[in-house]
Design a protein around this ligand. Structure first.
Ligand SMILES: Nc1ncnc2c1ncn2[C@@H]1O[C@H](COP(=O)(O)OP(=O)(O)OP(=O)(O)O)[C@@H](O)[C@H]1O
Ligand SMILES: [Mg+2]
Length: 335
């Protein structure tokens, strides 16, 4: 069962000519990281904040674990979700440890000792040395360090769902990359269901199992990064994800997309099989292998069976990536 399900969700603000969120339907599975990607004003924050009922939908349903959230107590609901925003929102007059303890104190049932141990555990999880940072005040931390504390606080009561609204948006590129890496590391251990708002395509591709593309309140497409890149539903998605960006295609598309069944005699090696490349490799990895081994072709094998399933050559890669843009099947909006 989907952990979060949006069913025909709309939000019409008063005095607004257009719905901020317009009939959005999609699902996020348990343990999945779903990125909400779209231009400014496309309704991402509105959609996210409807999940913890900071905003109420005008129509439609949001189900969590199959239960309609509008039938739940909003305070109870929020306790089951971590919420991280760009402005962090730490309490300035409280130490880092006190800030992280807030959700635990609210939810109750924690002893002082348990809370102390949990604070240290969380600080280590987000890469801050507890002895150095637990007694400091927020103003004594850099922006990136404060953002880490915000993440630690959101994880404090071990919620199954994390809602994140451009949490790394204000950070410099290097710190942002560190934080993304950190989040991926955390996700490798304790898998949370994450709904993550961003307008940064690179971030969506790095972090997302799935990406929901929004434009003017409407959902344009939901799919894995590879699906969006290989089969954008319309020109908006194609432009946004850079389906014509050759480097991005090489980096994310699997080698199987450019595979051919037979080698033409010019590309075939003089004797024997070409070097082997696993079917799970990206086009970029295959290309580097071709250069490194100084060969004209690679044989692609299925990792489970070990069987050769096809071949790849520079010209088959080239053929695949130069036909991009032509992949958009229909100009009509899906969903
Ligand atoms: N409280 C409000 N009252 C009226 N209109 C609002 C309100 N909040 C947001 N809007 C409008 O709803 C639309 C969607 O806003 P939202 O904040 O959800 O966009 P967003 O995709 O998060 O944008 P950004 O990337 O700039 O944060 C915008 O046109 C915005 O002006
Ligand atoms: Mg927003």
């Amino acid at each position: 069962m989907a952990e979060i399900a949006f069913r025909h969700v709309s939000k019409q603000y008063q005095n607004a000519s257009q719905a901020a969120v317009d009939d959005v339907t999609f699902e996020v599975e348990k343990g999945e990281t779903c990125m909400l990607l779209g231009t400014s004003g496309s309704g991402k924050t509105t959609l996210l904040r409807m999940v913890n009922r900071l905003i109420e939908p005008t129509s439609g349903e949001i189900l969590i674990d199959g239960r309609d959230i509008l039938k739940e107590n909003p305070i109870e609901l929020r306790r089951r979700m971590g919420y991280v925003i760009q402005q962090v929102g730490l309490f300035p007059h409280m130490t880092i440890a006190e800030n992280i303890r807030v959700p635990e104190e609210i939810s109750g049932g924690w002893t002082k000792q348990q809370m102390r141990a949990r604070v240290d555990e969380l600080l280590m999880l987000v890469g801050l040395d507890p002895t150095e940072y637990r007694s400091r005040y927020p103003r004594q931390l850099s922006g990136g360090q404060q953002q880490r504390v915000g993440l630690a606080r959101a994880l404090a009561t071990n919620p199954a769902i994390l809602l994140m609204d451009e949490p790394f948006g204000a950070l410099d590129a290097i710190t942002r990359e560190h934080m993304q890496e950190e989040l991926l590391n955390i996700q490798r251990g304790v898998r949370k269901t994450i709904l993550f708002v961003t307008h940064d395509v690179e971030e969506a591709f790095r972090l997302g199992d799935k990406i929901a593309v929004m434009s003017e309140g409407q959902l344009m497409q939901v799919g894995s990064p590879i699906e969006l890149l290989a089969h954008p539903a319309n020109t908006f998605v194609s432009r946004l994800v850079g389906a014509d960006n050759i480097l991005r295609q090489l980096e994310y598309l699997p080698v199987t997309i450019a595979m051919v069944q037979e080698l033409n005699p010019d590309a075939a090696p003089v004797s024997g099989e070409p070097p082997r490349c696993p079917s799970t490799a990206t086009l970029l990895r295959a290309m580097l292998m071709l250069i490194e081994k100084n060969v004209t072709a690679l044989s692609i094998y299925d990792e489970e069976s070990g069987r050769i399933i096809g071949y790849i050559t520079l010209s088959s890669i080239n053929h695949e990536i130069t036909k991009s843009g032509g992949r958009v099947k229909s100009e009509t909006v899906v969903q």
